[in-house]
Unconditional design. Structure first.
Length: 131
C-alpha cells in the first residue's frame, strides 16, 4: 500500500494509518525504538531535537493531506488545521502503544481510527474503505 500523491486525500490518510499499523505488527522492535525516542524526549536533551523533527514532519504531512481534502471538497475546512494535524499524529502514535503491547486487537484499532478520521475530518464514513 504505497502512499502516492495521486491518491485521494482520504486514501492517503488511511494509508498512513495502515502503514503505522503494519510497522507495529510486523516490526515490533522498530515500534519500540519509536516509543523509546518519544519517552527519552521527556527527560533527555539529546532526544528532544529528533523528536521535534519527527513531530514537525508528521504534522506537515498530515496538514497537507487535510488541506488537499478541503480543496477537493472531501473535508470541511477546520478552524485550526495545525491542531487537527497534531491530533491525527497523536492518535496514530498513542493508539499504537496498546496495540503493540497486545492490549488492543487490530480490528478494534481499525475501528478506533475510522471513528477518529470521521470526527477529525468530517468526511463521509462511506469514503473510508481501507480501514
Amino acid at each position: 500500500r504505497q502512499i502516492q500523491d495521486i491518491d485521494p486525500p482520504i486514501v492517503r490518510l488511511e494509508k498512513y494509518f495502515l502503514a503505522n499499523l503494519e510497522l507495529a505488527a510486523k516490526h515490533p522492535d522498530e515500534m519500540q525504538l519509536i516509543v523509546l525516542l518519544y519517552y527519552s524526549a521527556l527527560h533527555d536533551a539529546e532526544s528532544k531535537a529528533p523528536y521535534a523533527s519527527i513531530l514537525e514532519r508528521s504534522r506537515i504531512r498530515y496538514r497537507a493531506i487535510l488541506e488537499a481534502g478541503v480543496r477537493e471538497g472531501v473535508f470541511p475546512p477546520a478552524e485550526d488545521m495545525d491542531l487537527v494535524a497534531e491530533l491525527v499524529h497523536e492518535i496514530i502514535v498513542g493508539s499504537l502503544i496498546p496495540f503493540a503491547a497486545g492490549k488492543t486487537s487490530e480490528k478494534r484499532l481499525r475501528a478506533k481510527w475510522k471513528i477518529a478520521i470521521e470526527r477529525l475530518t468530517g468526511c463521509d464514513p462511506k469514503m473510508l474503505r481501507l480501514l
